[in-house]
Design a protein around this ligand. Sequence first.
Ligand code: SAH
Length: 395
Amino acid sequence: MTSNDFPILRLKKNEERRIYSGHLWAFSNEFVEVPKNIAAGSIVKIVRDLDERFVAFGFYNPHSLIAARILSRDPVEQIDTDFFRRRLVAAADRRALLLSSRNSARIVHSESDLLPGLVIDKFDDAIAFQISSAGFEVRKDELIALIEELWKPRAIVEKNATHTRTLEGLEQIERLVKGDSAEALITDSAGSKFTSDILTGQKTGFYLDQMENRTELRRYVKPGMKVLDLFSNDGGFAINLAAAGAASVIAVDSSVPALKRLKLNASANRVAEKITTVARDCFDFLQEQTEALDMIVVDPPSLVKSKRDLPQAVRSYQSLNQHALRLVAPEGVLFTASCSHHMSRDLLAEVIQEAARKSRRTVTVLEERGAGIDHPILVGMPETAYLHAFVLRVL
Ligand code: SAH
């Protein structure tokens, strides 16, 4: 099929502007018509209805609010297997330097790598992929063949059980596509080691987005510090902070399997005796905790599933941060994060301000951080900045 054969979709007046500014989504109400006889996942040619001027090529999904996801704004681009191969290679090349200091990274970050709806994480010699667009869903076999061809991994894991997939009308599926085991040994740039069963682990098997924040937070650890790691999962922060010299770390998470994994990881890093795990709801734990801590990490899951939940979520972030601030010893450090797509950096800053007011603590900002450099933000698409974090000193 040549590019000229793709079905044509017409944008209403002025709806091309967001695409021209680099955004990669076009919503169903922005088209003159959303034809049902074009199959989900097809490639379409998007034009202005006004004068038929070419706007972009994109993936089409008549069952999603995001009716088109932009692939290319180049009118002579051939969208074929080689196009996807080039995009995958380019994305992986962007991480080559990072992967010289650690063995794992997100090598494809969806829209930010111009591969809308596709995430690929490399965990040592294993690869996990996650699809959230019909376009990649119908090309899954082609994608797996490309992963095999380009990286020849020991294991390939499909991690396709996400809320976003239900919005796109895609099935929930997690499976080992290739290999005997989904176990991987992950190293970060500070030399911490983590094992993960990618198939059963949360998200794509491991939270890669906080990897740099964990190692950077080591800079604030003084020998003898008492640390609290809330929403610890398998111990990314707890283990780094213990290894950096903290005297003790309490790690709290409601997931028993995650804490079991944390203990294995702690032993592998020879810090098991410093870390106490608590299988509890972090909100309840915080309410009852009275002992002061020198450093607290607050890294909750996304508390906002849709815009409607935002007010309630803001109250939850508020409560978490207020209680955490109350517990930080004078001159101590609070690392607080939000990975909610609907929570902006400014809103998190307001939450912190309000939490400081309510807890009557004086708070300074040491650093503003986000997801690691393998999770880039697409400037034309603010939605791609989902993780916001602050390193605070509590006076
Ligand atoms: N800090 C972790 C990632 C945290 S992800 C890291 O660096 O890897 C969010 C975690 O919160 C998950 O492990 C999940 O099991 C846990 N969780 C979700 N809701 C919770 C709650 N109410 N109380 C305690 N833990 C919770």
